[in-house]
Design a protein around this ligand. Structure first.
Ligand code: HEM
Length: 460
């Protein structure tokens, strides 16, 4: 019997997870907290238990589990992604190729056009954000009918992908699978393993099918607009990608990018009806900067500090991933006198970090004002040399930081600024919106709710 250590970092200084203002490294030896006793605490709303422990034991603490070693998340890495998906790949040559591929697609400069590659996708984001606003207008009948905006947000982020990514979240949350923790279970048939295998097959069928289709069109020399799949197909030889690699990479993009951005749109829609004064101030900013004859665009963000701040505050209050993807350190190291042995599982506890009263006074209050002076994009903030100055940790930290953040923040900006531009949002009397419960074990979105969307203007 081996034991392994899960270390939760929740300090305000999390470069590489543990370089924080952390004072206490607590080892809770088994059997005081064996997996049998701790596991149930960590299955539903685990961030609350971890927040409680952070307050009790300090911002860095560890937990020894009296079972076998966990080097990777078996279900996610081996069963669903067949050892290939970027999110579940350990740091190795394969990961470097995939991560490079991803950052080239989304973030790096397109050298020919002298612009970030994300510019190339902006027209798609722009169009989807417009369709979302039109959808909400039609379904809500300009405020006459109550509307649940969640399906429209999901549609905006691709409906099929949303279904697959939800299943992915439910199968592979950071602390949700016994099968990840108990290697013996990995060798025998089980419900969770079968579910993971089914999901793998669905992903390969869905995304593999799209890749085949585009491949055939390219072979027939048909025009295929620039897109992710075309880029992958064109670089497959150079990057040594086979069909399964490409299918799983596409799955990782979809899973990484759909539930997450849709979730922020949904939390915004659930939160904002309770704040008419914040909406009024946002409308005033929109009238002044954008006017009523056009929709806000990505270029407007720098001139609209208040809506920029609203978005950061939604992300602070409702990060879809309170617990970051578990990481494992490849070497022993000592941090401020605390020895952290090789193969420690490190989990970033952003719930506690986002609710740190030192950094965010009155942390449970939704208050965009706290970000008014912060003009950085989150992707810029993530690169600040002083991590204490970062806006929040929604996109993770370190070299595994979300490679899709450039796209994500544009998408979120376009949708939220346009929703504010088009609508005044109200709660429905007698139908309180629950902001405490949420759907999803790992990626969080609100439980179903309905609101009313009154049109501010319909000139688009
Ligand atoms: C609001 C939107 C998003 C949020 C909150 C988010 C959050 C995250 C987080 C917390 C991680 C883990 C970082 C870590 O391991 O420390 C991550 C990784 C990742 N994200 Fe995102 N993400 C978002 C949007 C996107 C988009 C739009 C894409 C793709 C189009 C994407 C693709 C990925 C991928 C592929 C990884 C894995 C990187 C790796 O393990 O090396 N994400 N994201």
């Amino acid at each position: 019997m081996y034991s392994y250590q899960i270390l939760f970092a929740a300090g305000a200084f999390p470069t590489l997870f543990v370089a924080s203002s952390l004072s206490l490294f607590l080892s809770l030896e088994s059997p005081n907290l064996s997996w049998r006793r701790s596991f149930p605490f960590l299955t539903r709303y685990p961030e609350l238990t971890l927040d409680y422990w952070a307050k009790k034991y300090g911002s860095l603490y560890s937990l020894w589990l009296g079972i076998n070693s966990l080097k990777e998340m078996y279900l996610k890495s081996q069963v669903v992604f067949a050892g290939r998906g970027i999110t579940a790949t350990p740091y190795n040559d394969r990961w470097c190729v995939d991560y490079h591929q991803m950052t080239t697609l989304f973030n790096d400069s397109d050298h020919l056009a002298q612009q970030p590659a994300v510019e190339g996708y902006t027209h798609v984001l722009d169009y989807e954000a417009l369709v979302l606003v039109q959808d909400l207008y039609r379904h809500g009948n300009a405020g006459l009918l109550p509307i649940n905006p969640q399906p429209s947000a999901g549609r905006c982020s691709l409906n099929i992908s949303l279904r697959l990514s939800r299943e992915f979240m439910n199968c592979t949350g950071p602390v949700s699978n016994l099968i990840d923790f108990v290697p013996f279970l990995q060798k025998i048939p089980s419900y969770m393993k079968a579910r993971g295998q089914k999901l793998h097959a669905d992903l390969v069928e869905t995304y593999g099918g799209m890749i085949h289709e585009i491949d055939e069109r390219l072979k027939r020399h048909e025009h295929v607009p620039d897109c992710l799949v075309k880029t992958l197909l064109q670089s497959r030889e150079e990057e040594e990608l086979d069909h399964l690699d490409m299918s799983i990479l596409c799955s990782a993009f979809m899973i990484g990018g759909v539930e997450t951005t849709a979730s922020i749109m949904q939390w915004f829609s659930a939160l904002i009806p309770a704040y008419p004064e914040i909406q009024a101030r946002a409308h005033e900013e929109l009238d002044r900067v954008v006017g009523r004859d056009r929709l806000p665009t990505v270029d407007d963000e720098k001139n609209m500090p208040y809506i920029h701040a609203i978005i950061k505050e939604v992300e602070r209050c409702h990060n879809p991933f309170w617990l970051g993807t578990p990481h494992v350190n490849t070497h022993d190291f000592t941090y401020r006198g605390q020895f952290i042995p090789k193969d420690t599982v490190l989990i970033l506890n952003t719930y506690t970090m986002h609710h740190d009263p030192q950094r965010h006074p009155d942390p449970h209050r939704f208050n965009p004002e706290r970000y008014l002076e912060d003009s950085t994009l989150s992707s810029e903030s993530a690169n600040l040399s002083n991590p204490l100055e970062r806006d929040h940790w929604m996109f993770g930290v370190g070299r595994r930081i979300c490679p899709g953040m450039w796209v994500a923040e544009r998408e979120v900006w376009l949708v939220i600024s346009r929703m504010l531009w088009a609508f005044r949002t109200e709660e429905i009397p007698g139908e309180p919106i629950d902001l405490k419960e949420y759907d999803g074990l790992s990626g969080r979105s609100p439980v179903p709710f309905r609101i009313k969307l009154f049109l501010v203007t319909r000139r688009w």
